[in-house]
Design a protein around this ligand. Structure first.
Ligand SMILES: [Cu+2]
Length: 284
């Protein structure tokens, strides 16, 4: 025992010298937070666990959100790498409760980091709020945790998600995938979900999304070399090409079309009709 003590003391000294934080957590975890570049949006303390939710944005935003999760065992100060996590975001509205399109939460290549996405259709407000509900299983034991979260409109107030009733009397949610627009032919992607009930929003495969980007501030001109979005089974997204010929405000007019060719929502842009009722927006 006499030999061990000095070794431990030296080890602690080494940690104190190499670590730039004074917290008494596991130094390995602190030194190697794979989510350092991301924003910690929520910390939930429950069941002797600390659950962290990270995003590359600094808020939960209406539209598509990629979220990263870590669970720290507060008894050992270690992050757990063997959890099964299920998310159920719920919006508590004055007249009803509903969820939103969301993914399974999967493990990433970074040990102890889990990833999933959530598509919020609407922001919270003074009377109505979103709640993040998590159910997670660790070593055969299941726990729950929940926390109220603030879902806000995008900072630029541009539309990236649309929720509507289709011509087939089904409700749909169409969400634009995050992108960094540039003056070029951009890769462009979206996801389509149907609202089966208040809680279930399965992804919709094999439809089509026609795109017609326009600049309403400049005679509603379009751009060449756009490609309509078609379903990509490998990613579960709809992929196409968005041609942006200059910077500024663009309205991306959309038409959602089912496999039989029926237009479920949206109208063609013509001389007499300057915009579709289904659209995304961006400004850069
Ligand atoms: Cu709502």
């Amino acid at each position: 025992m006499k030999i061990i003590k000095p070794i431990i003391a030296i080890a602690f000294l080494a940690i104190a010298l190499t670590s730039c934080t004074e917290e008494d957590n596991d130094p390995i975890n602190l030194a190697e937070n794979p989510l350092e570049e991301f924003n910690l949006l929520t910390t939930i303390e429950a069941n002797a666990h600390k659950i962290e939710v990270y995003s590359d944005q600094d808020q939960y935003t209406v539209g598509y959100n990629e979220l990263f999760y870590r669970i720290k065992d507060q008894n050992t100060d270690n992050y757990v790498s063997n959890a099964e996590i299920v998310q159920t975001p719920i919006m508590h509205m004055t007249s009803m409760m509903h969820s939103c399109p969301k993914s399974d939460i999967i493990k990433t290549e970074d040990l102890g980091v889990y990833r999933g996405f959530t598509v919020f259709q609407m922001p919270g407000n003074a009377e109505e709020h979103w709640e993040l509900n998590l159910e997670y299983t660790l070593d055969g034991q299941t726990f729950t945790a929940s926390e109220r979260i603030a879902v806000k409109a995008p900072k630029d107030d541009k539309r990236r998600v649309a929720s509507f009733m289709g011509a087939d009397d089904k409700r749909y949610v169409v969400a634009m995938m995050p992108m960094a627009p540039a003056v070029k032919v951009n890769d462009f992607a979206a996801m389509v979900f149907t609202m089966e009930n208040m809680m279930q929003f399965p992804a919709v495969p094999d439809h089509f999304l026609k795109i017609d980007p326009r600049m309403p501030g400049m005679g509603n001109h379009s751009s060449p070399n756009n490609e309509d979005l078609t379903y990509d089974a490998a990613t579960g997204t709809y992929k196409g090409k968005l041609s942006l010929t200059m910077t500024g405000y663009w309205k991306i007019n959309l038409q959602l079309i089912d496999p039989q060719g029926t237009v479920l929502k949206g109208e063609e842009v013509t001389e007499d009709n300057e915009a579709s009722s289904l659209f995304f927006e961006l400004e850069f």
